[in-house]
Write a protein that binds this ligand. Structure first.
Ligand SMILES: [Zn+2]
Length: 481
């Protein structure tokens, strides 16, 4: 892409100059163990919200609000446990400027030194030889959240005007299902979030470790179960084997007809709903930094179904997949138990992509399962049903927000970003898009090997510092677009 560069060098230099302050800010944030999944640490999650409020106040944000979300619904040990508040704040309120909402979360995954961390997870450790910052929340998502604050600090010190109005929305329950967030977004869509032009979320990762990415799609997931019921109780195969119809035999036959050994879904009609691949989209895959070896390394085996980079990524991101997950009620222990299970429930899910219609998919799946069962002529009974669904998301990687972020990335990293999707889902993305009616951009700061939910979570210093530059640069290019 050739484009007119904005004179952002003073801003980039200021970010470099403020590096010690930014590292200190991250150190303070990591030191607050804001684990949302641990009820006993809820006061720390709230403390983290107040830490952000203090920082936002110091930086000159206005209309700062802590939105209370009420009591956490069951299952909880403490029935009076309050959800952590959502932190809202504004920087700038100029009618002539575009308004960017940035989302991040200030809660973290649990972490204990005993889990295998090399250093205490809540004491930031700066490995100065590799220039890496270790600590729970460093990359997920405290680094990116503070990145936005760092951008504002740099502007304040430069006495530069921010080219857009910024609205921040930081939640404290992301690692525990984002309880209350959808309701808050819906309630504030026409209030606090009124006038928002676009949403930027920095809460995912580069595909690999060397090349920055912008993410424009996520797959959805429809999860099904098939219950097959026969005898009134579990039976002994020595007494009943060979003389009654066994539910497990039926279920295995049905499950075996869902997908073939090459990963091709055998249920007719699903492929017809998949959006055709355009030449423009296909080209996005050409330069992506990825290889079959990386897939095998991540899977810990040499079992890839596709040997070509583009085919692998397309099957991970833009084609549906069907996985069989388990059988409830089946004998699953060690040894040689001779039980005939009386009722078994098979579980499988389909990762969905544009333009699969969820309700139509459910009908195709359930009718197919029922038809395959009918072919068996079994006297047992079957019930196939959807138990959970979440929609896919895809944005236009050529829109204003993505184009602005691509320019900023190229300015900072001297390389064009890869345009990626993810095979899984980030439900809040869709919530923002649907409830606010705006585009969403996923602009990650960290690398694919940061270990977000794992031990020794880290953020490379270059990703933190260049990440701040990229977030700020994006606001400038978007403001001018
Ligand atoms: Zn996260």
């Amino acid at each position: 892409m050739s484009y007119e560069k904005l004179p952002l060098q003073p801003f980039f230099d200021k970010i470099d100059e403020l590096k010690p302050a930014f590292v200190e800010r991250l150190r303070k944030a990591i030191a607050i163990p804001s684990v949302s999944g641990d009820e006993s640490l809820r006061p720390k999650v709230v403390e983290m919200a107040h830490f952000l409020v203090d920082e936002l106040t110091d930086l000159g944000f206005h209309d700062i609000q802590l939105k209370e979300l009420g009591v956490q619904p069951p299952p909880v040990e403490n029935k009076d446990l309050k959800l952590p508040p959502i932190v809202l704040g504004r920087y700038g309120n100029d009618k002539n400027k575009k308004t960017v909402l940035v989302y991040g979360h200030y809660d973290v995954q649990p972490a204990l030194k005993e889990d295998g961390w090399s250093t205490d997870p809540f004491t930031m450790y700066h490995d100065t030889t590799k220039d890496i910052l270790y600590g729970r929340g460093s990359t997920d998502d405290k680094g990116p959240v503070l990145g936005w604050l760092n951008v504002i600090q740099a502007h304040n010190e430069l006495k530069w005007e921010l080219p857009v109005n910024l609205v921040v929305c930081f939640e404290g329950m992301e690692e525990s299902g984002s309880l209350g967030l959808d309701e808050l977004i819906a309630a504030e869509a026409k209030n606090y979030f009124n006038g928002v032009d676009t949403v930027c979320i920095s809460d995912n990762y580069w595909l690999g470790t060397t090349k920055p990415v912008l993410t424009y799609g996520l797959r959805g997931c429809n999860y099904y179960q098939v219950s097959i019921k026969g005898p009134g109780a579990d039976l002994h195969s020595g007494i009943f084997g060979g003389i009654i119809a066994e539910p497990m035999t039926d279920l295995v036959k049905v499950l075996a007809q869902l997908v073939d050994g090459n990963g091709r879904i055998l249920i007719p009609g699903i492929d017809d709903m998949v959006a055709p691949l355009t030449e423009k989209e296909d080209k996005l895959y050409d330069d992506i930094d990825f290889s079959v070896e990386e897939l095998n390394a991540a899977a810990g085996s040499d079992t890839a179904l596709h040997q070509d980079k583009k085919a692998i990524l397309k099957h991970r991101w833009r084609y549906p997949s069907l996985s069989v997950h388990g059988i409830e009620g089946a004998f699953s222990g060690g040894g040689a138990k001779t039980v005939i299970p009386s009722k078994v429930i098979g579980k499988f899910s389909i990762r969905t992509v544009p333009n699969i219609e969820s309700a139509k998919l459910d009908k195709l799946v359930i009718d197919y399962v029922n038809a395959k069962f009918a072919e068996l002529g079994s006297p047992n009974s079957i019930k196939a049903e959807l138990i959970h669904d979440g929609a896919y998301w895809v944005s236009n990687p050529f829109n204003e927000a993505f184009t602005a972020a691509a320019k900023a990335t190229e300015d900072v990293w001297n390389i064009k970003p890869d345009f990626t999707r993810e095979g899984g889902s980030i439900p809040i993305t869709l919530s923002f898009e649907q409830l606010l009616g705006t585009d969403v951009l996923l602009l990650p700061m960290g690398r694919g090997d940061d270990g977000a939910h794992s031990i020794n979570e880290k953020l490379n210093m270059s990703n933190y510092i260049n990440g701040c530059k990229t977030l700020g640069g994006y606001l400038h290019y978007y403001g001018k677009a």
